[in-house]
Design a protein around this ligand. Structure first.
Ligand code: AHM
Ligand code: MG
Length: 338
């Protein structure tokens, strides 16, 4: 009977978002649903192009064509253009911030809607050649006042004010992970249907994990709380097992694993990178939002990431996120230092 239920009652992203609204009894305009459709359509496009790029690169390696590097750059730009065009055409957005664009994009009157979207169209794109997972990250805000032209102020708001956030990971399959503030739900692209189908309802991060995920190649630059924390998981008191190290170097993939298996992912600030590497608006905020919605914690080491008031659209921030107890352990090393 279960099998039958699965095949005769598939839940797509659209249906899922609508059903969440029905459950809450809110009168829905369908605006968020349409906006998310623009994002999922973009993700499908990028997913198929990532596959193609990999194939083209393989042919390139076999000596048939020489497209190395250039093709990969093009995919960044292409993904960004598709995302922008699709969001604008949805008629639901007012302000867009992309990692690829220096300035915020203010949508013209004709297409203007009430949402603002911050995104990294293709994060980790330097990994494409190696076939490593990469992804699109996004966060959605409400515009401050509906009847004004949008401005950069509409997105310079703490991540806690996001109405939705998510990412799409392009790997052996395309996985969309989404929260509209009511838990975290995972969808897998069914290539036959061309639809993202709910496969991971209500993702919860285990309260404690067994994995730490840092670029330890930066150890020489790390500040003492980070070094001390890492030592504590590698050299635990006798009787306890040390943590396993897993670091892909592609935020979407590292966070995806952390959401499913637990543990801690970190990209600290250090002596070289004064604010860390990851971008606050479209990397740290959406991932922090998802982590908290899944029952985990996301901190800079000393404060909650979602509380940060941004001042610039491309600013960076230190990131530690994952299982509640693991992030709390790390924060104790910062408290000890203070
Ligand atoms: P990018 O936006 O230039 O692709 O860089 C972001 C990526 C993240 O996906 C990942 O977590 C991080 O950079 C890895 O950095 P590093 O190579 O320094 O470990
Ligand atoms: Mg990025």
């Amino acid at each position: 009977a279960d099998d039958l239920a699965m095949t005769s009652d598939i839940v797509t992203v659209t249906r899922h978002v609508l059903s969440e609204q029905f459950r809450l009894g809110v009168a829905t305009t369908g605006d968020l649903t349409l906006l998310l459709t623009a994002i999922t359509t973009t993700s499908k496009f990028i997913a198929s192009n990532v596959r193609r790029a990999r194939l083209i690169n393989l042919i390139g390696m076999a000596g048939e064509t020489n497209v190395q590097g250039e093709e990969q750059k093009k995919l960044d730009v292409l993904s960004n253009n598709i995302m922008i065009n699709s969001l604008r055409a949805s008629g639901k957005t007012a302000v867009l911030v992309s990692e690829e664009n220096e300035e915020a994009i203010i949508i013209e009157d004709r297409y203007r809607g009430k949402y603002c979207v911050v995104f990294d169209p293709l994060d980790g794109s330097s990994n494409i050649d190696a076939g490593v997972n990469i992804g699109t990250i996004f966060g959605i805000y409400h515009i401050n006042e509906t009847n004004t032209k949008g401005s950069v102020q509409d997105v310079l708001k703490p991540g806690s004010q996001m109405v939705a956030a998510g990412y799409c990971m392009y790997g052996s399959s395309a996985n969309l992970v989404l929260s509209t503030g009511k838990g975290v739900h995972g969808f897998t692209l069914d290539p036959g249907l061309g639809e993202f189908i709910l496969t991971h309802p209500d993702i919860r991060i285990p309260p404690r994990g067994k994995i730490y995920s840092f670029n330890e190649g930066n150890s020489v630059y790390f500040h003492p709380p980070v070094t001390n924390y890492l030592n504590s998981v590698k050299f635990p008191p006798s009787g306890k097992a040390p943590y396993s190290a897993r670091y892909i170097g592609s935020m979407v993939a590292d966070v995806h694993r952390t959401l499913l298996y637990g543990g801690i992912f970190g990209y600290p600030d250090d002596k070289k990178s004064k604010s860390g590497k990851l971008r606050l608006l479209y990397e740290a905020f959406p991932m922090a939002y998802l982590t908290e919605q899944a029952g985990g914690l996301a901190s800079t080491g000393t404060k909650r990431i979602l509380d940060i008031q941004p001042t610039q659209i491309h600013e960076r921030c230190p990131v530690f996120l994952g299982s509640k107890e693991d992030v709390q352990d790390l924060m104790k090393f910062y408290e000890a230092e203070a």
